[in-house]
Design a protein around this ligand. Structure first.
Ligand code: NAG
Ligand code: NAG
Ligand code: NAG
Length: 381
């Protein structure tokens, strides 16, 4: 498998923050009954696994004790979001077996992009479920579940369906864009990427506007993380020229693409606030949170941020997490490390449960969001 494929891969203080947050923003504590999530592998809780090949061992080993359709040893940030809102972990829309959609659905799939890439999943790992398709799926989901709910004669037939009135109070979360940048890196120069970036941001904004037309009001929008700090990218630079890497070993040019994406996204979210009356839009600086962790791993109880827990990546040989391959005639099984809780990177591209937990703890209380309110207040009352 090539790199591109995987890319495509509380207390008094809390009360004080809540009060100041409300005064500043007009937002107040809200009961969020459901989450609808759109994204890529950073928040896929089983979508691409249900659609194509199931995630294999050792993914899921830390928390679920079996593969759980997630690119991690355990939970993702979206799982910690659900937990903080006292909601169950989200079922993937594409998973037809045993799923409950009472409290929302997850449309994210590993490899998803904002723009349609027109590539084959089987060749590059690009997900056919780009953001526009995820939005089409949401529309079908809303219409179809609404009909079933109204037709149901017994409450037990409604148990796994969302309550139609919950769509307007739900939180609509986004974590997508990393694979658009990865595709830009694979296919073209950074100049070409900059030329298509406004279109990418437009398409994300269109998705938000469309959901707003469908009655969505509360939006929680992650920006994109420091793609240049993914260990698997760093491994390809053995003797980098001066000025290629920053002080933490991250590729400056790739991070600059993410920073530019985030600059334009933030500006667009600000504009959307004026265009979408009655909407609460929270912009979440995932880049800053992840970069903070990557710049101080030891202080936060982790080993070097470049270490990969699961997989074999030496010289230019890559055997991806859970896979087997022959290297110099010897078969290698790329298993996981002894203590994943000490690692930031699970498989070179995705984060461990421990890192996701750290990041979630830092974003959910509002310290990396605009406006600076905790997720429990990211709504209009
Ligand atoms: C993919 O195809 C669609 C429809 O033809 C087109 O609008 C879009 O620009 C294409 N995407 C890329 C990245 O070329
Ligand atoms: C494979 O062979 C190369 C060249 O002889 C060597 O540098 C490398 O360490 C070997 N790798 C393994 C896993 O044995
Ligand atoms: C948010 O939580 C993090 C992690 O516990 C903590 O370091 C930070 O100070 C908190 N920020 C606020 C504004 O409460």
């Amino acid at each position: 498998m090539e790199v591109g494929r995987v890319f495509i891969a509380w207390s008094i203080a809390f009360l004080l923050l809540s009060v100041s947050g409300e005064e500043m923003t007009g937002l107040s504590h809200c009961d969020i009954p459901a989450i609808y999530n759109f994204g890529d592998s950073n928040s896929d809780t089983g979508g691409i696994s249900a659609a194509f090949y199931p995630a294999g061992q050792p993914s899921g080993e830390t928390f679920f004790h079996e593969p759980a359709g997630r690119g991690s040893d355990g939970r993702l940030i979206i799982d910690f979001i659900a937990k903080r809102l006292r909601l169950p972990y989200l079922s993937a829309y594409l998973d037809s077996i045993g799923a409950s959609f009472r409290h929302g659905a997850n449309f994210a799939t590993g490899g998803s992009t904002i723009r349609q890439l027109n590539e084959s999943f089987f060749l590059t790992g690009a997900s056919p479920f780009s953001l526009d398709i995820q939005i089409v799926q949401f529309d079908q989901f809303k219409t179809h579940t609404g009909k079933l709910y109204n037709k149901a004669k017994k409450n037990s037939h409604r148990r796994n369906l969302p309550r139609p009135q919950d769509f307007s109070d739900a939180l609509y979360t986004f974590d997508i864009g990393q694979n658009d940048i990865a595709a830009g890196i694979r296919k073209s120069s950074s100049e070409n990427f900059r030329a298509v970036l406004p279109d990418i941001i437009d398409q994300l904004a269109s998705a938000v506007k469309h959901l707003h037309e469908q009655g969505a009001r509360n939006f929680w929008i992650h920006n994109t993380g420091p793609i240049g700090c993914l260990p698997v990218t760093q491994r390809n630079y053995h003797h980098p020229m001066p000025g290629i890497l920053d002080e933490h070993g991250c590729l400056i040019a790739q991070n600059d693409m993410a920073i530019e994406f985030n600059r334009q996204l933030k500006r667009r979210v600000t504009k959307l606030r004026t265009q979408l009356p009655g909407a609460a839009l929270t912009y979440v600086d995932i880049f800053a949170a992840k970069y903070k962790l990557i710049s101080n791993p030891k202080e936060q109880g982790f080993v070097d941020a470049r270490s990969i827990c699961c997989g074999y990546h030496e010289d230019s040989n890559h055997v991806w997490c859970g896979h087997r391959d022959k290297i110099n005639g010897t078969e290698i099984y790329a298993g996981s490390c002894e203590d994943p809780s000490k690692y930031i990177s699970w498989d070179g591209v995705h984060y461990t449960e421990a890192a996701n937990h750290w990041i979630a703890n830092h974003i959910l209380n509002g310290s990396f969001t605009d406006p600076p309110v905790p997720i429990t207040h990211a709504c209009l009352s």
